[in-house]
Design a binder for this molecule. Structure first.
Ligand SMILES: Cc1ncc(COP(=O)(O)O)c(C=O)c1O
Length: 403
């Protein structure tokens, strides 16, 4: 006891939250058939809660490249990027990423999470300041803590609050790193990046954008929010992940600052963890080619997002503020969210259930996400299933609880 008390508290909270027999946070996918279909709890379900925005997890070119890499180079590198874990493929992927973004340097990491941990805690240190959006991902918060820099939060997407905080810093803004995301992962809302970049320039600060959910999704070439907002030249560092649009695992940072290459020598999550496997690198390289050669994937993704967002809105659900491939449905209470999640699953639709602290501002959410691989009929099936749970959201007066 003692040491483990905190885990017993977790068990108590779980028990209070979840009725017996339902554990939405411990779902096992028994079999995966395609990028949008799987078997779960003995039934076939449509996956409407993944980050597989372009549906590339089953792309034949990526699978073939991955298979060939395993046969050629083995199953793993067994070493960090700094030691024996940099193969020609890792170096080539870095060059291809730099070329894709039109940047001079790129670094590849083992996951998106450790990219943020490593890059942010290397760029900012004691005596520096990080000004971050309050709804930032856990990896960004953890990185800020690790950095030893002073951490100042501004209210989510609130330009006035950001400016107030930058103003107060005075000359210290030259040692200040602003961190925002392109599309926020839970509500699917977008950063006002053109205005944020203007503030960064006005106050002489630095800007890092996490494009985890916007790479492959936004911009003419799929480079993300910085491209879509026309401010790539004003963004100092872009970080992203291979685990969403690119359908694999890993992370990266690109920049035009030549100092990025020096990060390799001091960044602990680059130096002290094994590098991505040859199969992963090969599939990511192929996925990057697919993204560039197939802009129609993005067109289809946005058509699907529009169909789902508008359809749910017409049904009376309360949604996140912006149309994007992440469609978050706010449900009034935790109990109802849980019941709605289970009812959707019983209809053969899997969505993500999100409670605080993962959901912002104490909300309970059903998080749907669409993929370019969904068909119009599949989006219709999702909408039909949501029609079936509207009654769960009714207030006492029978009106849909979308207020
Ligand atoms: C904004 C953001 N950054 C970083 C990450 C971490 O990426 P990964 O899961 O690839 O480690 C995530 C994951 O969801 C994310 O949403």
């Amino acid at each position: 006891m003692g040491l483990l008390d905190k885990l017993h508290n977790v068990a108590d909270t779980r028990k209070a939250l979840l009725p017996p027999g339902i554990d939405p946070f411990n779902v096992v996918i028994d079999e995966i058939y395609t990028s949008t279909e799987a078997s779960l709890g003995g039934r076939r379900v449509l996956l409407a809660g993944t980050n597989n925005y372009l549906g590339l997890t089953f792309d034949q070119q990526c699978i073939d490249a991955s298979r060939e890499a395993i046969l050629r180079e083995g199953t793993g590198t067994t070493g960090s990027r700094m030691a024996n874990g940099t193969y020609a493929g890792h170096r080539d992927l870095e060059q291809e990423l730099a070329h894709f973004y039109g940047c001079s340097s790129a670094i590849v990491f083992s996951t998106g999470f450790v990219t943020n941990l490593g890059i942010i805690s290397t760029l900012a240190g004691p005596g520096d300041v990080i000004v971050l959006d309050a709804d930032s991902h856990a990896s960004i918060y953890d990185a800020c803590k690790m950095s030893g820099a002073e951490m100042i939060r501004f209210r989510h997407n609130n330009l006035g609050d950001l400016e107030k905080k930058l103003q107060r810093l005075g000359e210290r803004s030259a040692k200040t790193l602003i961190i925002v995301e392109g599309i926020y992962s839970m509500l699917g809302d977008c950063a006002p990046l053109a205005e944020i970049a203007a503030l960064k320039k006005k106050y002489g600060a630095w800007l890092l954008v996490d494009e985890a959910h916007s790479m492959g999704v936004l911009g003419n070439r799929g480079r993300g929010m910085a491209e879509a907002a026309g401010v790539e030249q004003d963004v100092d560092f872009i970080v992203g992940t291979f685990s969403k649009s690119l359908g694999a695992i890993g992370g990266f940072c690109v920049s035009n600052h030549p100092e990025l290459d020096l990060v390799r020598y001091v960044c602990r999550s680059y130096v002290f963890t094994a590098s991505p496997s040859p199969a992963t690198i090969a599939s990511v390289r192929e996925a990057l080619r697919v993204v560039q050669a197939n802009p129609q994937l993005r067109t289809k993704l946005w058509a699907n997002a529009t169909q789902l967002y508008q359809g749910l809105k017409q049904l009376g659900f309360e949604l996140g503020p912006d149309l994007s491939p992440i469609v978050a449905i706010r449900i009034p209470t935790r109990e109802k969210t849980l019941l709605a999640w289970k009812a959707l699953l019983d209809c053969g639709i899997y969505v993500n259930l999100v409670f605080p602290p993962a959901a912002p501002a104490g909300m309970s959410l059903l998080r749907c996400s669409v993929s370019a691989a969904h068909t119009v009929e599949e989006i219709d099936r999702i909408l039909q299933a949501f029609t079936g749970i509207k009654h769960l959201l009714t207030d006492g007066d029978g009106a849909a609880a979308a207020s």
